[in-house]
Design a protein around this ligand. Structure first.
Ligand code: C5P
Length: 220
C-alpha cells in the first residue's frame, strides 16, 4: 500500500515522564506531557506500522491503532520496552527519571519530630543506551531525543555517539515546549544535521515518520 509504507514493520515508542515512588502515596516525576511521543506513535501507525507505545503517566488518550502499555517507573518502562521486542524501529522519547529512590517505603512515611527523612537515590538504567547496544534484538533504527537549552547541535551530536543510537531528535527546550503543541527540533544522523522550522508536534511526528519510512523502503 503506497499510503502505508510501514505495513509489516514493528515499532516501540516510549513517551511521557516516569514516576518514581517514594512510598505508597508519594513520588518523583517531571513535567513531560508525552505529546511528542504520542504524536510519533500515531504517525507511525498511520503509515501502517504496528506500534507499541510504552507510556509513563500522562493525561493523553491512546492514539488510534496503537497498543499502549502503561508504566510508572523507569524500571517498569525498561522491562515493557524489552518485552515489546523484536521491533524494526525504536523511538525513545520518554523523559526517564535519572534517579529512583533506593528503598521504597512500604507504608506512608510519617512526619516526625526528628525532622524530614533523607531520601537516598540510585541511578536508573539508560533504556536508550541499553537498546542501542549491538545484539540480536537491537532494532534496525534506534532514535533518541535530546532536550537541551543551549548548544543544541553539539549536545545532540555528542548524545548520538554516547548512546549508540542511529538518530537523535534534538529538542530546543528554551523555546516553549513542555505541554505545548509546538516544537523546534533538529535531526542528527550519521550523515549530518537537519534543522526543522518550528511546527506542531503532530507535523514533526509526521515528518519523522516519513523519514523513517524512507529508511525502510524495501517491503518487510
Ligand atoms: O541522557 P538524556 O536523558 O538527555 O537522554 C535523552 C534520551 O535518552 C531520550 O531519548 C530518553 O528517552 C532516553 N533515556 C532513556 N533512559 C534513561 C534516560 C534517557 O531511554 N534512563
Amino acid at each position: 500500500a503506497a499510503g502505508r509504507p510501514l505495513t509489516g514493520r514493528r515499532a516501540v515508542v516510549t513517551a511521557g515522564p516516569t514516576f518514581e515512588p517514594i512510598d505508597p502515596v508519594r513520588g518523583l516525576t517531571n513535567r513531560s506531557s508525552g505529546k511528542q511521543g504520542y504524536a510519533v506513535a500515531a504517525a507511525l501507525a498511520e503509515l501502517g506500522c504496528a506500534v507499541t507505545l510504552v507510556s509513563g503517566p500522562t493525561a493523553l488518550g491512546a492514539p488510534v491503532g496503537v497498543n499502549r502499555i502503561d508504566v510508572e517507573s523507569a524500571l517498569e518502562m525498561q522491562k515493557a520496552t524489552q518485552d515489546a521486542l523484536p521491533a524494526d524501529i525504536a523511538v525513545l522519547s520518554a523523559a526517564v527519571a535519572d534517579w529512583r529512590i533506593d528503598t521504597v517505603a512500604g507504608a506512608k512515611i510519617k512526619k516526625a519530630p526528628g525532622g524530614p527523612p533523607t531520601l537516598s537515590l540510585v541511578e536508573n538504567p539508560d533504556i536508550l543506551a541499553g537498546l542501542s547496544r549491538p545484539g540480536r534484538n537491537r532494532p534496525k533504527l534506534v532514535i533518541g531525543f535530546a532536550a537541551e537549552t543551549q548548544d543544541l547541535e553539539a549536545n545532540a551530536r555528542a548524545k548520538l555517539s554516547r548512546k549508540g543510537c542511529d538518530w537523535i531528535v534534538g529538542n530546543d527546550v528554551s523555546d516553549e515546549v513542555f505541554g505545548s503543541d509546538g516544537n523546534t527540533v533538529l535531526l542528527v544522523t550519521a550523515s549530518g544535521v537537519e534543522t526543522w522550522p518550528r511546527q506542531s508536534k503532530t507535523a514533526i511526528a509526521r515528518r519523522l515518520a516519513a523519514r523513517i519510512a524512507e529508511q525502510f523502503k524495501d517491503p518487510a
